[in-house]
Write a protein that binds this ligand. Structure first.
Ligand code: ASP
Length: 346
């Protein structure tokens, strides 16, 4: 089988930064220099073309327009490449990977996000291994069918390949910066890259055209519960003009206070048409609104379960669904469906 053609997209982030010798601050450097740091890449693929966002951004500056631009670029180049690697800052990588997972429909090729904790030019960098393995994964195809081994939007970081919309950045210090708390890794890189194929999503029917859906509605807020949270805090959030949905970060398996003032505020909001999505503050596990009376009460007043979604995927799912529908009922129904492997229900 012919070696793969890969498009390497550079958006910014630590991986492509250089330390200013005087101020010691990190600033982006020329993308071509990144490839010069890892000449080995050329051996594993047939062609590797590059595309650089101009100017490269720190991922803290990512906005929905950036996701749209990325989705449109992939659509435009889709027929030319076997896989795509996106170099992106780690800070909001889970948000961007979640965004792309919803925006790209009928995906049959790998879209691998990666980055690093140390710039690629530094001696102890984690960037080289992340970049080389990401390219190898983006290029991996079944030797018989020629189809991609991982036709999903993923994050590759520190030897692990994750489904992008299951990840969260969990360390600002360790090379292992990401976790996928509720879903197994899709591959593990050691001496060999071992694919966890039973957990990879494959198209039910191959050969469909890639569709991009880029409409986004960001009228979402998050309320993270804590003992002592005041009614004024919650009320002022629900009073935000134009607000359409709230992610309620609850305790444990989806529990919240049972005080009447709290339940009244929630119930007033749902009856005003604000969608309330229940996501647990726990780092792993799922919302179960049948387990305790506190959860049952929330369900009765119209709160929707987010199951085991990360907050990142929940925000992007709301942005995406609200961008494509104005019917509360259909948004609520789709929230409870597994659209791109982001929640563990069928
Ligand atoms: N602030 C950087 C960014 O997210 C951090 C990184 O790349 O790891 O763009």
């Amino acid at each position: 089988m012919k070696k793969a053609n890969i498009l390497l997209i550079y958006t910014g982030g630590t991986i492509g930064m250089k330390q200013d010798p005087e101020t010691l601050a990190l600033a982006p450097f020329n993308f071509e220099e990144i490839l010069a740091e890892v000449p080995e890449i050329k051996k594993i693929v047939h062609t590797i073309d590059t595309y650089s966002f101009s100017p490269p951004i720190d991922s803290s500056d990512v906005e929905p327009t950036f996701w749209k631009e990325l989705a449109k670029l992939i659509k435009k180049k889709y027929h030319l490449y076997d896989g795509f690697v996106i170099l992106h800052g780690t800070d909001t990588m889970s948000y961007s990977a979640s965004a792309l997972s919803f925006m790209l429909e009928n995906l049959e090729k790998p879209i691998i996000f990666t980055g690093s904790q140390l710039p690629i030019g530094m001696l102890r960098t984690d960037g080289k291994e992340n970049l080389i393995s990401s390219i190898e994964i983006a290029a991996a195809r079944d030797s018989v069918t020629g189809r991609a081994i991982v036709p999903e939007v993923c994050i590759y970081f520190e030897s692990q390949l994750y489904r992008g919309n299951r990840t969260t950045k969990s360390s600002a210090e360790n090379f292992k910066a990401f976790h996928s708390p509720n879903y197994p890794c899709l591959a593990q890189a050691g001496i060999h890259i071992k694919y966890n194929t039973p957990y990879i999503n494959y198209p039910s029917k191959w050969g469909k055209e890639l569709i991009i859906k880029t409409a986004i509605d960001t009228n979402v807020a998050i309320i993270k519960l804590f003992p002592g949270i005041s009614d004024a805090t919650i009320k002022s959030t629900f009073d935000i003009s134009g607000l359409k949905a709230v992610i309620l970060e609850t305790y444990g398996s989806g529990n919240a206070p049972t005080k009447p003032w709290f339940l009244d505020l929630i119930s007033n909001a749902t009856s005003k048409g604000i969608i309330i999505l229940n996501i647990t503050q726990c780092q792993a596990g799922t919302v179960d609104m049948e387990a305790y009376s506190t959860g049952i009460m929330l369900k009765k007043i119209g709160v929707v379960s987010g199951f085991d979604s990360t907050t990142e995927a929940a925000i992007l799912k709301l942005f995406f669904l609200m961008g494509h529908s104005s019917s509360n009922q259909s948004i609520k129904e789709l929230l409870m469906n597994n659209l791109r492997g982001e929640i563990s229900i069928n």
